[in-house]
Design a protein. Structure first.
Lengths: 206, 168
């Protein structure tokens, strides 16, 4: 199972969305079972976003839990102007960015294991066997270098890369989550990719 | 531009590795349970939320605290000056209270005192019923109506002194 499937906001007319609206209403009235359902629905994506931003499992765990708790306590202020998913994402993103700003540049890697499927992913196999100048680089080393390179980006640039290139969130959704316009999202993404490319030049065939 | 996009494709391929990073097995089975137990324990009103409220409602206070954290000399100086202010306050409080009498007299005009009393001690305000009890903020002054030194009235406490030299 991939940790972060490409995320899309559910169709407003879909039954799942109606169910979500019902869950949100019930949770707002203090129904913990309904909120438990919402947590289960989004826990993987929220955790993944925070984990990819921090490169630290323990921090991601704490921040993800805090985000869900904060969202529950703030549910009464949720007006429904955006989807619950976007609203929840915004809380998680703000919490993570505040955390990273407080921590400044003191990064401590605590990386999760790579799942078995990675070794059979044709893109990754090709990357480490055929095209990478350092052909003996294993996936673990590549993982470490990749995370270190991501941590060199500023938080807003890292957030855009994580949301779009890792989690598959669209530009429009990122703009809504981060609170900027689509042009800013695109320019940040371009700049972040350029920087990453520089940091990872020895692993990318140019 | 095309070459740049091609390079980004390579980068995107590399970034796919991030999707294969997974937390320990069974992690998500426990996650929601932990969140719900923290919510039941009422953590939304806990310390972290108070900190959040402070940072949102009084950001100046948080930045002040951050300054204190980073510059211990600032908090030392502030503590010293606070101690000085406190010390000065204590010293001033122990001093004889002279100014407030005038202040009270000026602020609250007293009923007209007896003329002879007013002549000697203007700040003494006698009680309106003339019962001999005078209200004053100055405890040193006698409460009895005082006759002038050269008046003809006999004061039982007053004895005329004799200046006649001995032997005459």
């Amino acid at each position: 199972m991939l940790m972060s499937e490409p995320a899309t906001i559910p169709d407003a007319n879909a039954p799942a969305s109606q169910l979500e609206g019902d869950l949100v209403r019930r949770a707002r009235h203090g129904d913990l079972k309904a909120y438990d359902e919402l947590v289960k629905r989004y826990q993987e994506r929220i955790y993944a976003t925070i984990y990819h931003m921090t490169s630290n499992h323990e921090d991601a765990n704490d921040l993800a839990q805090d985000s869900f708790i904060k969202a529950f306590s703030a549910l009464k202020s949720f007006k429904g102007g955006s989807s619950f998913y976007t609203w929840l994402y915004r809380i998680a993103v703000n919490k993570t960015i505040n955390f990273l700003k407080q921590r400044k540049n003191k990064h401590h890697l605590s990386l999760n294991d790579i799942d078995f499927n990675a070794e059979h992913d044709p893109d990754l196999v090709a990357l480490i066997s055929d095209k990478t100048p350092q052909r003996d680089a294993g996936l673990s080393e590549l993982q470490k270098k990749l995370n270190e390179a991501l941590l060199k980006l500023s938080e807003p640039h890292r957030m855009v890369v994580v949301l779009h290139d890792v989690q598959g969130v669209s530009h429009e959704e990122i703009a809504e989550i981060v609170g900027c316009n689509i042009g800013t999202v695109r320019s940040r993404l371009f700049y972040a990719r350029q920087q990453l490319q520089g940091f990872l030049a020895e692993y990318i065939k140019s | 531009m095309n070459e740049s996009n091609q390079n980004f494709d390579e980068l995107k391929r590399l970034l796919k590795l991030k999707r294969h990073e997974i937390p320990p097995p069974g992690y998500f089975n426990q996650f929601s349970g932990e969140v719900m137990s923290r919510i039941r324990a009422g953590e939304e009103g806990g310390a972290s939320t108070i900190a959040d409220q402070f940072s949102s409602q009084a950001p100046w206070l948080m930045s002040l605290l951050r300054i204190f954290e980073t510059r211990p000399g600032v908090i030392g100086g502030l503590a010293t000056s606070l101690c000085l202010v406190l010390l000065i306050g204590v010293v001033m409080a122990d001093r004889p209270d002279t100014e407030p009498t005038g202040t009270v007299a000026a602020a609250e005009p007293a009923p007209a005192p007896a003329p002879e009393v007013a002549a000697v001690v203007p700040s003494v305000a006698q009680a309106p019923d003339n019962s001999g009890i005078a209200v004053s903020t100055n405890p040193v002054i006698s409460l009895q109506p005082v006759a002038t030194l050269f008046s003809q009235q006999q004061n039982p406490l007053f004895q005329a002194a004799s200046f006649a030299p001995a032997g005459r």
